[in-house]
Design a protein around this ligand. Structure first.
Ligand SMILES: Cc1ncc(COP(=O)(O)O)c(C=O)c1O
Length: 426
């Protein structure tokens, strides 16, 4: 271990506190702390010079790979002008251009307004507050209920976390959070009295943190019909699924559904800077006209110019390097590669959609984490949710690179799981 790694790890043990991490085990002497130093394309290098495939797109954010020259150029150009100025009382060109381009992904006069914030959680907070305040300003105070889906995940701030169905993350705080009704399916929702419901929140097509579980085909469209029939707003959380991840630019386009609120973050800037957007419709926006109707919400870094520049460059790269046909071809390649996991004896189930896969393992709790640790030795970094190992490569991954990742994970599963044998590897 070189001096830089040693000192970096020591500083980490002394001063840092990592998210979703049991710190005693993290700080233990026998736990090797990797310090990521640089990235290019799908690859990451640590301070020891070791190269790894970025198997979960740096926590589901990266789209076109690390250090993409076009995105870096856009950032440099913006940096030369200004890094940040207030969006309260002023505007700037990149914010408007980005809003226009985001709205253009949808039919005219549907999603027309963009409200910026900082991350997935705040994009959701915005949508919820807008949905509730809208009802108050339209004389529908009786519609105060927000409905979310069991086992869903929408972020960690107190409001967004109230929508979370993963008990482990939120049970301690439920008492202080917002009152949210949970349903397990659209059928269950259909049996509810809709008259007090303001909005329903969903991760469309696939629940991410719920171990990558796709919804049944047609579910999203069915939910949209129900919302329309009962005057309930549909909030779609595309924080994970947005920007090509499911094989279309947005997951809602898979079933030709347009939500009333669309929440975007993670891949918005291609995975370069924290930034989020909540898109909504003109009719909702207009309910906020007038002094008494102001939407009192915002953050210091709202519409950060660097974030906007990265996001615009991210969209440019879709247009120049990752058109729809190529994305679909990549999804087909990924699909056939990840299906080979189901032949491994250590694997219980493979779930996937587009460029997202969850490989659920047999074995005791902790097997997922163990497999991820073993995968490092084969040049793959990723993270498990429970016993489901996530494989979600940056969309720029070539067939060879995807194949590398799948082989690395296969070897890791076979070397870890007592039910596996190397002969099972495909
Ligand atoms: C579907 C979904 N919504 C919201 C969030 C929260 O986003 P952030 O971590 O940027 O606050 C996540 C994060 O994983 C997510 O997967």
């Amino acid at each position: 271990m070189n001096e830089k790694t040693k000192q970096g790890a020591e500083r980490d043990r002394q001063h840092l506190w990592h998210p979703f991490t049991e710190q005693r085990a993290w700080c233990a002497e026998d736990h090797e702390i990797l310090l990521i130093e640089r990235g290019e394309g799908v690859w990451l290098w640590d301070t020891e010079g070791r190269r790894y495939f970025d198997g979960n797109s740096s926590i589901w954010t990266n789209i076109h790979g690390h250090s993409h020259p076009h995105i870096l150029d856009a950032l440099r150009q913006q940096m030369e002008k200004i890094c940040h100025s207030s969006f309260l009382g002023f505007s700037h060109e990149a914010a408007g251009l980005l809003a226009q381009r985001l709205c253009e992904f949808f039919p005219a006069n549907t999603l027309t307004r963009v409200f910026y914030s900082d991350d997935g959680s705040t994009a959701i907070e915005c949508a919820m507050k807008m949905a509730l305040q809208y009802r108050m300003q339209r004389g529908q105070e009786h519609r105060q209920q927000i409905v979310a889906f069991a086992n869903g995940y929408h972020g960690d701030t107190l409001g967004a976390a109230s929508l979370g169905g993963v008990d482990l993350f939120f049970r301690r705080f439920r008492h202080w959070g917002m009152k949210v009704d949970f349903v397990g399916s659209v059928e269950e929702l259909q049996r509810r009295d809709a008259s007090s419901i303001a909005a329903v929140v969903l991760e469309p097509m696939i629940q991410g943190v719920n171990e990558m579980r796709p919804w049944p085909a047609g579910m999203l469209r069915c939910l949209r019909h129900w919302c329309d029939a009962h005057d309930v707003h549909l909030i779609l959380d595309e924080v994970m699924t947005g920007f090509g991840r499911t094989g279309k630019m947005f997951a809602c386009q898979q079933e030709e559904v347009i939500p009333d609120f669309l929440c975007l973050a993670k891949g918005l800037t291609g995975g370069y800077l924290p930034m989020a957007a909540t898109l909504t419709k003109e009719g909702i926006y207009e309910a906020f006209f007038g002094k008494e109707h102001v939407f009192y919400y915002g953050h210091s870094y709202t519409a950060n110019p660097l974030g906007c520049a990265a996001a615009l460059a991210n969209l440019d790269v879709f247009a120049t390097e990752l058109q729809q046909e190529l994305l679909e071809e990549k999804c087909r390649t990924f699909s056939s590669l990840v299906q080979t996991f189901s032949h491994l004896r250590g694997v219980r189930e493979v779930r996937h959609l587009g460029m997202i896969a969850g490989v659920e393992l047999h074995g005791e709790v902790g097997t997922g984490a163990e497999v991820c640790l073993a995968a490092r030795k084969h040049g793959l970094l990723t993270r498990a949710i429970g016993n489901t190992v996530v494989l979600m490569p940056p969309l720029c991954a070539t067939a060879e690179e995807m194949d590398f990742a799948v082989r690395a994970l296969t070897q890791a599963i076979n070397s870890t799981n007592p039910w596996s044998s190397n002969g099972d590897a495909q």
